[in-house]
Design a binder for this molecule. Structure first.
Ligand code: CO
Length: 253
């Protein structure tokens, strides 16, 4: 596969899908309360996405059973929604959503606190989010994919946190996963060159403790081996003439 350059029309379609993801996070945030199950949150997401005429594209992707990924505490990615997983005060929860509208897909993730959480957890969420913005500031024509991961990892590591290399960002738009890979660690000047019209998902996944992960027997749920918490923040971004536009973020979110 090679990197797809999207037309303005295609970018507008991804932007429309992105608006649904933005609104979905508002709905999910309101429902992120102690006592709710991740199964219930998944049904809320499904209903909301479909009410906007869109498709929750996690469903069935590689056989994934949920409409969105919901990952609690020490689950880094690909948590399967379940009526048996109940949020409790002090948890942190990540929603990773794929929204497809008129054939075009936006990909985004947010980690939210459940009620009052530790300062340690809040800081991890904050640094993960900030690291995305360090990465995205590197996005402009002529820069390289490696510049993004370099900026993310240079920002995250001084906090003592770790960044997985087993999962990466990726091209997105016509498909859920397109070229190129967008790693969260990298070297400046290395990797494919960014060009106007590329659409990529940048998604730092940050662990409080060790970088080591394990996948549960369900084949999806990916947890930290040490059981420590982790955070994830993702947006779909388009390379513009002079820089970038974030397609899954409201101006003042
Ligand atoms: Co993604």
């Amino acid at each position: 596969m090679s990197i797809i350059i999207k037309s303005d029309r295609e970018i507008a379609l991804i932007r429309e899908a992105g608006k649904i993801a933005i609104d979905l996070f508002k709905v999910l945030k309101e429902h992120t309360l102690p006592g709710i199950s991740t199964g219930e949150l998944d049904r809320i997401a499904e209903k909301f996405i479909k009410s906007r005429g869109a498709i929750p594209s996690c469903k069935g992707y590689g056989g994934f059973p949920g409409n969105i990924c919901i990952s609690v505490n020490d689950t880094l990615v690909h948590g399967i929604p379940s009526n048996k997983i109940i949020l409790k005060e002090g948890d942190i929860v990540t929603y990773d959503v794929l929204v497809t509208l008129n054939g075009y897909t936006a990909d985004a993730a947010r980690t939210f606190p459940v009620g009052k959480v530790s300062d340690e957890a809040l800081k991890l969420i904050q640094v993960t989010e900030e690291s995305f913005f360090k990465g995205v500031e590197e996005v402009k024509p002529g820069n390289h994919i490696g510049d993004i991961g370099a900026a993310i990892s240079e920002y995250v590591r001084p906090f003592g946190y770790t960044l997985t290399e087993e999962f990466t960002g990726h091209g997105v738009g016509r498909e859920v996963h397109e070229d190129p890979y967008v790693p969260n660690v990298g070297k400046r000047g290395v990797g494919p060159m960014l060009k106007k019209g590329m659409t990529i998902a940048i998604e730092p996944m940050v662990n409080l403790g060790s970088v080591e992960l394990k996948i549960l027997p369900d084949g999806w749920t990916t947890k930290t081996k040490d059981g420590k918490i982790c955070s994830h923040y993702e947006n779909t971004v388009v390379v513009t003439d002079l820089g970038y536009e974030i397609l899954t973020l409201e101006n003042k979110e």
